[in-house]
Unconditional design. Structure first.
Length: 483
């Protein structure tokens, strides 16, 4: 994990630079940055032949100075500058300090190169790469050399991690001052490799930053005199469909809730389906209802009502009525899975109900579910912020780069596992967040803690897994973060 978890977008990192340049000469800061990178390379790599890709601007100036410092350490260094370099004021100063201009090569020749340093564009890329740059990057990506990017891998757009055609596929990125959105959002996250923050003394604008990586949580341990009713009560609307996946969804949500500290889990089961659930549960309580009106009374009379809706349910008129009813009573609510298909059927009505609901709501769609209800663009952070603003609630947009937004604050889950892409994983997350809500955590805290713990379970398992594997792992992971 990074020492500083703030994420600076292009605008904010530019502001940090400009404020710093008022106090200190920008070229001195460039030299400090390049020297720090060169020291990192000298410490971490045993490279014999290094190729530095230099662009025309200040990122290229960083590259020129890195080459200079590595030459002074007796490395064999060449520079390839496909667009010429030294076009900005500071990069021109850097070029003037390079005593040996013979290290520039006219064509890309990888040969025996064992380390390629990418200093082409940095964080200010604002247009598609040219065909010759794409061709060069493709050749480099296919080469066996170690690949290191300076600040931002070339071809990535800073604020969204988007790639037009191709980008430099770094093994490591040395970024200055703070993490950028492209380091944590796909596909940029994948192309950035392992990211290291290099402190170059820029102005601290963290107070102006609304984006950050989810931090390791502090989970409160139960009080010595606590009883089950004080540990929280969670209602889960059970699936009426008895096929495997639907059963898995309901029971995954309920079991993880029980494993994560909840006092009581109550499954809300439609009359006629109770026999199935009686065969498969041990700890959960069954609450049988015959129609929406009776379900309304059950939830209306509940104290501190917390509900999970959507896991494994059918897309039906009945569940349309159920969701509408739940949104009209006072409760905290986690919406997942089929809930978004139900919302899609009457979007305007449900968005209005979401906006005025009395209680916290956490919407947890994956990509397909998100697209059913909300507009999408190339910027996942902006999409989630707009969805959270439109619904007046918390939106948790799942993925390997999960983004959570509430009240213009954004949290991104960075440390996670591809093994979470399995049936029932999302239901486990919903049950976990519902459990934390019922235990008294604020919605945004329940969301970030749940997301973090969910990922840590998968990382600790670190092999193909099932929803049940996650459920069994959760108590051990919670223990590690309990105060």
């Amino acid at each position: 994990m990074f020492a500083n978890l703030k994420i600076y977008n292009q605008e904010l990192i530019n502001q940090a630079e400009q404020k710093s340049f008022v106090k200190e000469d920008s070229y001195l800061i460039m030299k400090r940055a390049a020297l720090a990178c060169a020291k990192y390379i000298d410490t971490k790599y045993d490279s014999k032949n290094i190729l530095v890709l230099c662009g025309p601007g200040n990122n290229g100036g960083d590259g020129i100075l890195i080459a200079k410092y590595l030459i002074e350490k007796d490395y064999n260094v060449r520079i390839y500058s496909p667009m010429d370099c030294g076009k900005s004021e500071d990069s021109s100063k850097a070029l003037s300090e390079l005593n040996n201009k013979n290290i520039f090569c006219n064509a890309l020749n990888l040969g025996d190169v064992d380390l390629v340093i990418d200093a082409l564009f940095g964080f200010n890329l604002n247009k598609p790469l040219s065909k010759n740059i794409i061709s060069a990057i493709e050749k480099i990506n296919d080469h066996k050399a170690i690949k290191l990017s300076i600040d931002v891998a070339s071809g990535l757009y800073c604020d969204n991690g988007h790639i037009d055609v191709e980008a430099f596929r770094a093994d490591t990125t040395l970024t200055f001052h703070r993490i950028k959105p492209c380091h944590v959002l796909h596909p940029g996250k994948e192309y950035s490799g392992s990211v290291k923050i290099i402190d170059i003394g820029l102005e601290n604008l963290d107070k102006n930053c609304n984006f950050e990586i989810i931090s390791p949580p502090e989970i409160k341990s139960p009080h010595v005199n606590v009883h089950k009713y004080k540990n929280g009560e969670l209602y889960i609307v059970a699936s009426e469909d008895m096929v495997g996946a639907s059963k898995l969804a309901t029971l995954s949500a309920s079991q993880v809730a029980l494993k994560s500290g909840i006092g009581i889990v109550k499954l809300l089961v439609k009359e006629g389906c109770e026999d199935f659930y009686r065969k498969h549960i041990l700890e959960e309580m069954l609450i049988i209802y015959k129609d929406v009106e009776e379900l309304n009374q059950i939830l209306f009379n509940a104290k501190n009502c917390n509900v999970v809706f959507g896991c494994g349910i059918k897309i039906s008129d009945d569940n349309h009525e159920v969701l509408e009813m739940i949104l009209k009573i006072k409760c905290n609510l986690v919406l997942d899975a089929s809930a978004f298909s139900v919302i899609e059927q009457d979007r305007d009505k449900f968005i209005n109900l979401l906006r005025v609901h009395d209680g916290e709501i956490i919407l947890t769609p994956h990509q397909g579910e998100f697209k059913r209800v909300f507009k999408t663009s190339k910027n996942k952070i902006n999409d989630v912020m707009l969805a959270a603003k439109e619904t007046n609630n918390i939106v948790l947009y799942k993925g390997n780069d999960t983004v959570i937004s509430s009240n213009n604050k954004v949290f991104v889950n960075y440390s996670t596992s591809s093994y979470l892409a399995t049936a029932g994983s999302g239901d486990v997350l919903s049950g976990l967040i519902g459990s934390l809500l019922a235990q008294g955590y604020e919605g945004i805290i329940a969301s970030t803690i749940g997301c973090y713990l969910h990922s840590m379970c998968a990382l600790e398992i670190n092999k193909p897994l099932s929803a049940n594997d996650l459920i069994q792992k959760i108590p051990d992971v919670i223990k590690k973060y309990s105060s």
